[in-house]
Design a protein around this ligand. Structure first.
Ligand code: AMP
Ligand code: ZN
Length: 460
C-alpha cells in the first residue's frame, strides 16, 4: 500500500511521491524560544515525529531529512529577556533566554520520545540567506523599501504574469477580500494594506544586523522570512513536505510560499502542506487567563513522556483534541499493559494492520486499535509496531522506575506492602490488612481486590 497524505493546498488526500526517494525532505516550523513549551506545542512535535519515523521506515533512515527550526529572534524573546535579566545588556539577556529555553525544549521533546530532527537551524544563523531572498524579491518587483523597512506586496505577486502560485491559494482566501477587509490603521509606510514586513529597523539595544536592499540603518528580519531562508538553505528551493499547526496556515505559511516562490520563480515551495489540529484542555481553549495553560514540563512531573505521546496519538492529527486527565489515566494503563506484554520480547516486523492505517494519512487512532488487536496474538509484531510508533523505549523494569519517578511513588514498596497485606488477609488478620490499606492510601495509592488478586493505581 502507498503512503497518502492530506495536503492543505489541494484540500485532498494524495499519494505521496517524493521529489527524490533518496532524499525525502520535510520542514516543520519549530518553537519561538522564550518560555516553556505548552502541551499544544507538543502536538506538532509528536505528529511530525511519527511521520519522520514512517518515512524512515519506508525510504530508509539515511534518505529522509527533517528540518525543524528554532526561532531565536522575536519581540517576545526581547520582552522576556528585559523582564528576567534587567541588569544585563539586552543582547546578553536574550542569549540567556534563548539558551535556557532551547535546552528546556530539548529536554521536553526528548522525554516525549521524539527523535531529534536531522537539522535544527537557528534563525540568527541564517541572516545572510534572509538578506539574499529579500534582495531577490526587491529586484523582482515583489518587495519595496520604505522608511528602513522592506515590505512584500501580495498584490505585486498576483499581477505578475508568470506561473507563480496565487497569493491566498494555500489558506483559500481571496486577496481582494483581504484588501477590502484589512484594518484601516495600517502603518503609514505600507503601500498596500496587506503588505507584510520582510525586514525592519532595530530599536537601540535590540539585536541588529546589516540591512539588505541598500538600507543604511541596521535591522532585523520579520518572522515569515526566517522559515523561507532556513528551508531554502537546508532543503532547497522546492521540497516535499512542510508542516506545522493549523494556526500557521495564515499568514505564516501563505507568506512563506509567497516569499520562496517569488524569490526563486517557482510554482511551489513544498509539494504537501500538512497541518495538525488544535489542542484544548478539558473542553476549553488553553489560555493563560483561564488558568488552564499546561506546560510539557509540568505534565512530565506527573506522567512519563510516553503517556503524553500515546494520549496525543489517540486522536487523528487533523482533528481537534481534547486533553483530559481521564484520557491520561487511560493512556497510562494501556502503556502498563503494553510494557508488561511486549517490552521484553524480541521486536518483530511492524504488523501490516498497524502500518496500513499509518499510510492512510497517519491514522494513528486506527493503528492504536490494531495494536490492541495484536495484544493477544503476535507479541513480536506488537513490540515491533510499538517501536515504529516511538513507544517501548525501555525495558519493563525501567518503565516501572520512570513511572515511579514521575508519580513520586516507590513501586517496589507498594508491591511489598500489597504482598504483606495479602498475607495478613490469608491469616484473617483484618486489622493489619486494613492498616496496610490506609498506609497505601496515605502514599496516594488506591488498591482494588478481585478474584485474580490485588491491583493498584495512583489515586489522583
Ligand atoms: P508557537 O511557538 O506558538 O509558534 O507554536 C509552535 C507550534 O505549536 C506551531 O506549529 C503551532 O501551530 C503549534 N501550536 C501552538 N498551540 C497549539 C495548540 N493549542 N494545539 C496544537 N498546536 C499548537
Ligand atoms: Zn515557519
Amino acid at each position: 500500500m502507498e503512503l497518502r497524505l492530506h495536503d492543505t493546498l489541494s484540500r485532498e488526500k494524495r499519494s505521496f511521491v517524493p521529489l527524490d526517494a533518496k532524499n525525502v525532505r520535510m520542514y516543520v516550523c519549530g518553537p519561538t524560544v522564550y518560555d516553556f513549551a505548552h502541551i499544544g506545542n507538543a502536538r506538532p512535535v509528536i505528529v511530525f515525529d511519527v511521520l519522520f519515523r514512517l518515512l524512515r521506515h519506508l525510504y530508509g533512515e539515511a534518505h529522509v531529512k527533517y528540518v525543524r527550526n528554532i526561532t531565536d529572534v522575536d519581540d517576545k524573546i526581547n520582552d522576556r529577556a528585559a523582564r528576567d535579566f534587567p541588569g544585563l545588556p539586552l543582547n546578553e539577556a536574550i542569549r540567556k533566554v534563548t539558551e535556557q529555553t532551547g535546552k528546556q525544549f530539548h529536554a521536553d521533546v526528548d522525554a516525549l520520545g521524539a527523535l531529534r530532527p536531522s537539522v535544527e537551524p537557528r534563525a540568527t544563523e541564517h541572516i545572510g540567506e534572509m538578506r539574499e531572498i529579500i534582495e531577490r524579491l526587491v529586484k523582482g518587483g515583489f518587495a519595496y523599501v520604505a522608511e528602513d523597512h522592506v515590505l512584500f506586496s501580495p498584490q505585486a505577486m498576483n499581477v505578475a504574469k508568470s506561473d507563480l502560485p496565487r497569493y491566498g491559494a494555500l489558506s483559500n482566501r481571496s486577496l481582494d477580500e483581504m484588501v477590502a477587509g484589512a484594518r484601516v490603521d495600517v502603518a503609514p509606510y505600507k503601500k498596500g494594506n496587506t503588505d507584510f514586513v520582510l525586514w525592519k529597523p532595530s530599536k537601540p539595544g535590540e539585536p541588529s544586523w546589516p540591512s539588505p536592499a541598500g538600507i543604511k540603518a541596521e535591522g532585523r528580519p520579520g518572522w515569515h522570512i526566517e522559515c523561507s531562508a532556513m528551508a531554502w538553505k537546508h532543503l532547497g528551493e522546492h521540497f516535499d513536505i512542510h508542516g506545522g499547526g493549523i494556526d500557521l496556515v495564515f499568514p505564516h505559511h501563505e507568506n512563506e510560499v509567497a516569499q520562496t516562490c517569488c524569490a526563486f520563480h517557482r510554482e511551489r515551495m513544498a509539494n504537501y502542506w500538512m497541518h495538525n489540529g488544535f489542542l484544548q484542555v478539558e473542553s476549553e481553549k488553553m489560555s493563560k487567563s483561564l488558568g488552564n495553560f499546561i506546560t510539557i514540563h509540568e505534565l512530565l512531573a506527573d506522567w512519563p513522556g510516553e503517556v503524553l505521546r500515546l494520549n496525543m496519538l489517540k486522536t487523528h492529527y487533523r482533528s481537534p483534541i481534547d486533553w483530559t486527565m481521564k484520557g491520561l489515566e487511560e493512556s497510562a494503563k494501556t502503556l502498563d499493559d503494553w510494557y508488561r506484554v511486549a517490552a521484553d520480547v524480541e521486536p518483530g516486523r511492524p504488523a501490516a494492520s498497524v502500518v496500513e492505517p499509518l499510510l492512510d494519512d497517519l491514522n494513528t487512532p486506527l493503528a492504536i486499535a490494531a495494536l490492541h488487536g495484536l495484544r493477544g496474538g503476535d507479541v513480536g509484531a506488537l513490540a515491533g509496531s510499538l517501536r515504529l510508533l516511538g513507544f517501548l523505549s525501555d525495558s519493563a523494569g525501567q518503565w516501572e522506575s520512570r513511572k515511579q519517578q514521575a508519580s513520586g511513588v516507590d513501586t517496589k514498596e507498594v508491591e511489598r506492602l500489597i504482598a504483606e497485606r495479602t498475607a495478613a488477609r490469608a491469616r484473617k488478620d483484618f486489622k493489619e490488612s486494613d492498616r496496610i490499606r490506609d498506609q497505601l492510601a496515605a502514599m496516594g495509592v488506591a488498591i482494588k481486590d478481585s478474584k485474580d488478586g490485588t491491583t493498584w493505581e495512583i489515586a489522583r
